[in-house]
Design a protein around this ligand. Sequence first.
Ligand code: PMP
Length: 423
Amino acid sequence: SKEEVLALRKKYLSPSLFLHFKRPVMIVEGKQQYLFDERGRRFLDAFAGIVTVSVGHCHPEVVAATNAQAGLLQHTTTIYLNHQIAEYAKELADRMPGDLKVVYFVNSGSEANDMALMLARAYTGNYDIIALRNAYHGLSGDTMGLCGQHTWKQPVPQGFGVRHALNPDPYRGPFGNDGKRYAEDVADVIRGATSGRVAGFIAETIQGVGGATPLADGYLPEVYRTVREAGGICIADEVQTGFGRTGDAYWGFQLQGVQPDIVTMAKGIGNGLPLAAVVTTPAVAEALTKRIHFNTFGGNPMCSAGGRAVLRVIDRERIQQRCADVGSHLLGRLRALQSKHSIIGDVRGKGLMVGVELVKDRGTKEPATAELNEAFESMKDAGVLMGKGGLHGNVFRVKPPMCFSREDADFLVDVMDHALTKL
Ligand code: PMP
């Protein structure tokens, strides 16, 4: 029963874990954009296992490819040749612009970003990394230090050489949507807090955990130029924004027209399989060849087979197009809802990466965190599982499996309308 599972979890799992709801939900099955509890009740999943189930829960093609490989060969590591990892690397590289052609497979977003930091430092010979306030790039030793949100930071030594720059947040930042003005802060940080030389800069183009916050227009081209002038290279974290989710582009960085030197990907890449990757240029990759670098599970045949199926499904089911279409419908309906409920301070995002920020007052923008939690719970009771985030925990995050339909979007907005009216 749910109570027994809860008791086991309390006794044997980390007490630092958190549950999404006061009245917890137990999930035993998933199909497409739906999750089912132990009684067979269906929920619309608007959060996709934290933006991870990209092409739909238990997509038959991904399941079939993974199972077939599991029955043939699950694992050997890269000390032997196997076609899955090699073909997968080519298929991923084919989807990257420019000379981003060398792939490292790892197992999680944190590992991918750790690897990216190491590559940037090894390649440039510099140490300092610039990240953004409000950033989230993982919780490993190195990546926790990149984090710009107090919620996730343990009181342990972290963030050596990491400098945080002003967050280019169009809603809460001091310069509105003027990316160039925020970019000046990066130059200030480099001048004031480093030796003047840096290893790299890392950002998501739309901050995920940070509350579906798009970086202000024109920010990345200026920052990439500034960072490169200071000897650094540029890392795009595509853990949430990649694989077409933003609708207008396959990769988030393309929304701002930049070309990174390193791209990290995880979550949606495997539709739930433990799989992640770092893609970089041959020149950067050369920097690690003085020693062997190796990852036991990275890109094992089973995960590679599943990851390859995800790529095929994204192409064949025209997932990016769907994100653009359903996302603009969803944004339109949410903006209409904003004119009805003054508690909605901001509606933002692109494609199926959308944020709805609740505030007590549109002038002061005081976060309406308690209100969000209440609406969050009542939306769940009505059958919609939302995500939440942002520095103040007052942002609804809508990042469903990318097979989400217009009808799903309508249902979600109607349920949100009802929940906000009840408040
Ligand atoms: N980068 C981003 C943008 C993320 O959202 C996350 C996870 N929420 C990570 C990195 C870390 O991924 P993982 O939890 O797989 O280590």
